[in-house]
Design a protein around this ligand. Structure first.
Ligand SMILES: *[C@@H]1O[C@H](CO)[C@@H](O)[C@H](O)[C@H]1NC(C)=O
Ligand SMILES: *[C@@H]1O[C@H](CO)[C@@H](O)[C@H](O)[C@H]1NC(C)=O
Ligand SMILES: *[C@@H]1O[C@H](CO)[C@@H](O)[C@H](O)[C@H]1NC(C)=O
Ligand SMILES: *[C@@H]1O[C@H](CO)[C@@H](O)[C@H](O)[C@H]1NC(C)=O
Length: 413
């Protein structure tokens, strides 16, 4: 019974929070205890270790800066890969896949280079790639800058830009189509905005990058960046608002508006809100928010952060982030579903009976278009059309009270 209620609650929390997209591959709290997974994990680590021992790469265009370049997947928040004051990281992100640039705690993204294009094009182009720093880009760092049209809510519009200007040879874009952003010439200039931050989340796409360097080819974004210790952002080198960036995560998203106008939106949750999350132990404050049988050891903070930061960093609402954390922790306190967070229940009577609140019930929304469904039913070979089935079990002691609610649920499924 408890498991059923838990599953129901779990499913409904997801349904009720459309802003949260827990896409597959981002977090895997449900894979606990999978030995195959653990074996692969060790193999991957061994491979990384081996690779680290033997592969030394230099950053193209980094001038005098050469040295070991870490792969992004080697970077964790809690433990920098080296004791050095700075280290370099590289990654390639396929078009339309979300990128999660990260510097370890106490470091920030101090320098960055980006190139956007097809794999073949990037490999054959031997032009030195410029590694930008915050000071190279005054247009990106001052709030009252000209050149970028910013609304007071931090939105950044892509149309009606001043015409491109060639500055110190920094502008090397293709002639075929002109970039819709203030050009620096990387092929995906908005990504330079990641400079100065603790971590940066964005999806390289034609809409974000603003131009298509090789139409009809699948593209990727090649990113190289340097993480530098926060301590180096002394008052002489950086202004206050620049230093504040080192304690923020940047999430860049593109929203398509009517009339084909895209809007790039910047969200900057505080580093602490994303990376200081934890599941409290039984004697710690916050634990009283969990009801039922919550006996299992909470996962260590390192695991909580690595499982959740990529999701939390994209959720602007603090309340939604907290709900996500509650669901995650409750699951880990009892993977059989016996632990329930305050989000869905707030009352347990003296016999241990839990009362769920209406978060577990579906919210009213638009009914899906049923035309497609009717078309399928009318098909002469309807019995050959594969179908997916879904079940929802609703456990409640007053069925009439939820009839209208569950009807809505059936339609949503
Ligand atoms: C990184 O950026 C800083 C600040 O703009 C600059 O002074 C420094 O030379 C850059 N480092 C590299 C390796 O390009
Ligand atoms: C790009 O523009 C420059 C200057 O406007 C011109 O000289 C050059 O031929 C153009 N290249 C292509 C490939 O169109
Ligand atoms: C990326 O997404 C856009 C818009 O959804 C789509 O038109 C394009 O084909 C996608 N590109 C790839 C390589 O999947
Ligand atoms: C479901 O029930 C709750 C609590 O009675 C109510 O507030 C809510 O409006 C109902 N939703 C629908 C879709 O009927």
């Amino acid at each position: 019974m408890a498991l059923t209620s838990w599953l129901l609650a779990h499913v409904l929390v997801m349904v009720a929070s459309p802003i949260v997209t827990l896409s597959s591959g981002d977090i895997s709290p449900l894979k606990k205890g999978n030995t195959l997974f653990s074996l692969m994990f060790h193999l991957v680590h061994f491979f990384l270790f081996w690779q680290r021992q033997f592969k030394k790469v230099s950053i193209p265009g980094a001038g005098r800066w050469t040295g070991h370049v870490y792969r992004l997947r080697e970077i964790t928040y809690f433990k920098p890969p080296t004791q050095d004051r700075s280290f370099a990281v590289k990654t390639d992100i396929t078009e339309n896949k979300t990128a999660f640039l990260l510097c370890s705690r106490g470091y920030f993204i101090s320098n960055l280079s980006v190139r956007f294009g097809s794999r073949v094009h990037l490999q054959s182009d031997s032009t030195a790639v410029r590694l930008y720093g915050l000071r190279d880009l005054p247009i990106y760092i001052t709030g009252d800058s000209t050149g970028i049209l910013r609304d007071k809510d931090g939105m950044y519009r892509t149309q009606d830009f001043p015409s491109p200007q060639d500055k110190n040879g920094m502008y090397h874009t293709q002639n075929s189509s002109s970039p819709r952003y203030y050009p620096v010439g990387t092929g995906c200039d908005p990504v330079l905005r990641c400079l100065g931050h603790q971590a940066c989340i964005f999806k390289p796409s034609l809409k974000l990058c603003g131009l298509d360097p090789q139409p009809d080819l699948r593209k990727q974004l090649e990113v190289r960046y340097v993480c530098t210790a926060d301590a180096t952002t002394d008052t002489l080198t950086y202004e206050r608002h620049q230093r504040e960036r080192t304690r923020e995560v940047l999430h860049i998203s593109v929203t398509e508006m009517d009339h084909g106008l895209d809007i790039i939106q910047w969200n900057t949750p505080a580093e602490n809100d994303i990376f200081s999350v934890m599941c409290p132990g039984p004697k710690q404050s916050g634990f009283e928010r969990y009801y039922g049988v919550c006996d299992d050891e909470p996962p260590p903070p390192e695991k909580v952060v690595s499982d959740l930061w990529k999701v939390l960093g994209r959720v602007p609402s603090e309340a939604c982030r907290d709900e996500l954390l509650q669901v995650y922790c409750a699951y880990h306190y009892n993977i059989h579903g016996g632990c329930v967070p305050a989000l869905v229940t707030s009352q347990v009577d003296k016999d241990g009976v839990m009362f769920y609140n209406d978060v577990v019930l579906p919210r009213k929304g638009r009914r899906p278009d049923e035309r497609k469904h009717r078309e399928v039913l009318a098909h002469p070979h309807v019995s050959l059309i594969p179908a997916r089935m879904a079940f929802a079990l609703l456990v409640h002691n007053n069925p009439e009270a939820v009839v209208s609610n569950s009807t809505t649920l059936v339609y949503q499924l």
